[in-house]
Write a protein that binds this ligand. Sequence first.
Ligand code: PLP
Length: 425
Amino acid sequence: MKTAEQEKITQAQETCRIPKQLALFERASKVIPGGIYGHIAPLMSIPGVFPYYTDRAKGCHYWDVDGNEYIDYMCAFGPMVLGYHHPKVDEAAMKQAALADCTNHPGPVMVELAEYMVDMVSSADWVLLVKNGNDATSYATKVARAHTGRKKIVLCQGHYHGVAAWCTGPCHAGIVPEDHTNIIRIPWNDLDAFRKVVAENKGQIAGFMATPYHHPTFIDQVMPSEGYWKGIRETCDKEGIVLMVDDVRSGFRLNQRGSDAHFGFKADLICFGKAMGNCYPISACAGREEFRIAASKVFHTGSYWFAAVAMAASLACLKEMRDGGVVEKMNRMGKMLGDGLKDAARSHGLEVIITGPPAIPYMRFANETDLFRMQFFCAEVVKRGSFLHPHHNWFMCAAHEEADIRQTLGHADDAFKAVKEKFGS
Ligand SMILES: Cc1ncc(COP(=O)(O)O)c(C=O)c1O
């Protein structure tokens, strides 16, 4: 009997534009659980089209192991924001690497980066530097509990904060109900639901954590409704609840001062990752003065957290984002892409819905909920040389140029034609 991985390989071999990658995946499936794990794994269920392994990358382009080239609209699922191998970021990283990276102690660059972020980020009076987004969100919940002496954390349904047990959905393997004993989930954008759980759990809620807007997978993105964040802020202030914003995905793509500033409020604690290092592994939890003492008491560490190369890269990346009009460029390119996709779809008698900020768009066909058209469309685009994901929001970067967008719109035009032929509407 074939394993699930072998079954995927057999299916993939039928349409072989990636033979070397399938051979690698076959080897991987013998030594790595699932062959490839995590966020890219769902694409393996559409075998033989989407690339499995990267060979090299430059700017907003990358090449898979079979030599196929893609214009990238996933940007490493967010961390690539200036373009792969951005010269200033790589130069800063290499300079630091020649001095020291992971040693017993942090380097001076840790202080410089923290100072820079305190100056740049609207709600930062201090910064703790970590590695993954989930390090930052887990740390934030500990600070909220240490500060308030309370246990419960309120989250929004469908918001992703990482893979630690406290925030992984209850239906995932390895999670037990006790992991969520002190976690309450409420619908996004529902101020009344928040006020209700606060009233029902008076004096017990340590913190509320949410992403600045709703960016789940598989469904449309939803921006905060008028007055939502203001109402959340007021209720948190009144009830002594710590307001935590998970800006890991959207941070520095909406606003260089943080997404709370973008939506006109101040978080108590705000978590960044992804875009802050242009692919170097680094993330952060920043907070306001009031939480400094609790923040300094929480025990939280990791073998690589003092590694200086990623800090030097991050400092160069943040400087470039602050000075280089990066947010504006990503939004301009994202708008060009979104408008162009809508027009191209229309020209084939199709309609697409695009939600979320232009720099982080999510697209689906207006007349479907099962995403089969979207999977087929993205596969057709990928075959032609632009990498789009059918179920996840896309990411724009500062290296996207009008010529790239035009080329992708050409790929999309062919793909919409193919959708029309296959599905009829
Ligand atoms: C909103 C959000 N929070 C937290 C995380 C977790 O970050 P990481 O995968 O770096 O641990 C992610 C990752 O996609 C995310 O999108």
